[in-house]
Design a protein around this ligand. Structure first.
Ligand code: RUB
Length: 351
């Protein structure tokens, strides 16, 4: 059994909710578009198929697409019998699929650089080892940030989360925001989660609520526009979201709607946290608003479950992410601890 097989076996025994894994030279991926009604596992034998799956959101969430980048390059390694050019070109193809979440491009770039520096004769073994190291490291980060994050969760908290920053958006333990929430719950804290449905793709309704139910964590689904009022009523007293990218000044780029919740939290004096990994910090990005956010098809807004919900002529807009200024963020939860302002100085220590 090679190391990847051993790891996969170990993760299965741990009962992780993995978004993607490799077995018998094939990738297996849960098609997240079918959740929660159907757990469809798609088998992937070619990098093209995986690239399409990322683009079409069959697999999504910043951590998960970073991991998918690793698996895709390992697939190319196996398929090509260790051809360096094929592995690098797979990385380039995968990187181009989704631009905003930085984990994908950062992880793939890391592997491309590694591939380039590897001697030809030991390339297969060395690249496989590196890929496995990264996969293990990502899961380890997830568990560690959960522990640090749990320190900001108090017994009795009612926590708002947006979109889906959970196991299937990460390595399978709980991703980022849900690792924090899950760890606090496993530690015996009495908590309740309000999860936003997250229009238009409904990641919150379809996937976050599904995972919270699986983990046995008490939760209530709300529509995105309800958060402010519930904060005013005192029904929500903390916010924890994931992050697709963090700029070097601490600005947060996350699923569209996040900024709105942060504004409401600030107005109501409610702590707002993002859970992330140090790999999601983009030190090349000075401020969040410097980013070109991904715009997705208006079809995703005008249609629900493939059904047109507007008139034929209604035009729609879908910036998939927004930017929350760092001054609205109480803390950035990472695998090395909770980082607090001044962010430029504190985050630079993670370089
Ligand atoms: C996912 C999304 C999630 C983030 C953060 O976007 O915005 O909130 O990925 O979660 P999409 P995490 O569904 O468009 O991929 O930090 O756990 O990835």
């Amino acid at each position: 059994m090679d190391r990847l097989q051993e790891l996969t076996q170990q993760w299965k025994e741990e009962n992780l909710l993995m978004p993607i894994w490799m077995e018998d030279k094939r990738l297996h991926m849960i098609d997240q578009r079918k959740l929660p009604h159907k757990t469809e596992i798609v088998e992937i034998t070619q990098v093209d198929q995986l690239a399409k799956g990322i683009k079409d959101m069959a697999i999504r969430g910043s951590g998960a697409i970073g991991i998918a980048g690793v698996y895709g390059m390992l697939l190319a390694l196996k398929n090509s019998g260790g051809n360096k050019e094929a592995v690098i070109s797979a990385g380039e193809e995968l990187k181009a699929t989704r631009p905003t979440a930085v984990n994908l491009s950062k992880t793939v770039n890391r592997l491309i650089e590694y591939a380039k520096s590897c001697p030809e004769d030991s390339f297969y073994e060395a690249f496989m080892e590196k890929g496995c190291d990264i996969l293990e490291e990502q899961l380890e980060f997830e568990k560690r940030l959960g522990k640090y994050g749990s320190e900001v969760i108090d017994d009795g908290d009612s926590i708002l989360t947006h979109c889906h920053s959970g196991a299937l958006a990460g390595s399978g333990f709980g991703g980022r925001a849900l690792s924090v929430i899950r760890t606090a719950f496993l530690e015996g804290k009495n908590i309740h989660v309000f999860c936003c449905e997250t229009r238009p793709y409904l990641q919150g309704a379809r996937i976050t609520a599904y995972e919270l139910e699986k983990f046995g964590i008490p939760h209530t689904l709300i529509t995105d526009g309800m958060s402010g009022y519930l904060m005013r009523l005192g029904k929500i007293n903390k916010v924890v979201v994931g992050s697709d990218r963090v700029a070097s000044n601490g600005d947060l780029i996350n699923k569209v709607g996040t900024y709105m919740h942060a504004l409401a939290a600030k107005e109501n004096g409610i702590p707002f946290y993002t859970a992330t990994s140090s790999h999601t910090i983009d030190f090349m990005l000075k401020e969040g608003m410097d980013i070109d956010v991904e715009y997705r098809s208006e079809y995703e807004v005008t249609h629900l479950n493939g059904q047109l919900i507007t008139t034929e002529n209604t035009r729609a807009l879908y910036p998939a992410f927004d930017v929350t200024p760092n001054e609205m963020i109480s803390g950035i939860i990472t695998e090395v601890g909770v980082i607090r302002a001044p962010y430029v100085t504190e985050l630079s220590k993670l370089k």
